[in-house]
Design a protein around this ligand. Structure first.
Ligand code: SF4
Ligand code: SF4
Length: 143
């Protein structure tokens, strides 16, 4: 680029509004079709594991505590999710959705990027089992 044309661009930029937005001080509403954090409705889930098998990023684990009582815990790895929507489309019971409201997912450590969904007592049960010596990453076998 020639110096003359560069100066022209610099001078014209002085009188233009900035193209950037003052995020996060100013926020625009997210588009309704934005694909943010995966959300799960355990009430309708049958534990079929289709979402787990279909996820190309290995971002979901569905841990069965009691299949008859429909006690499942979903472990969602946000850092692995590519927000492809495949699990949402393929769930026959419409249990999954990608939220257009929860999309600010950056974190300074890995810990907030792993999310457990399910009943509080089931998540507690799972985490207590996982904390036992010799426990594997996924402490419950599907029943
Ligand atoms: S595909 Fe749907 S019903 Fe099957 S385990 Fe996943 S969330 Fe549950
Ligand atoms: S949106 Fe795609 S990558 Fe994310 S959990 Fe669903 S299938 Fe996996």
């Amino acid at each position: 680029m020639k110096f003359g044309s560069m100066i022209k661009d610099v001078l014209s930029s002085l009188f233009k509004r900035p193209a950037t937005e003052k995020y996060p001080a100013e926020r625009r509403p997210a588009p309704p079709r934005l694909r943010g954090k995966l959300v799960w409705n355990p009430e309708k889930c049958t534990g079929c594991q289709l979402c787990v098998k279909d996820c190309p990023a290995n971002a979901i684990e569905l841990i069965t505590i009691d299949k008859v009582a429909k006690r499942f815990v979903m472990k969602y790895h946000i850092g692995r999710c590519t927000f492809c929507d495949q699990c949402v489309v393929n769930c026959r019971f419409k249990c999954l959705d990608l939220s257009s409201e929860e999309w600010e997912l950056a974190a300074l450590s890995a810990e907030p990027l792993t999310v457990y969904y399910g009943r509080d007592e089931d998540i507690r049960f799972l985490l207590e089992k996982a904390a036992l010596p010799g426990a594997e990453e996924t402490p419950c076998e599907p029943s």
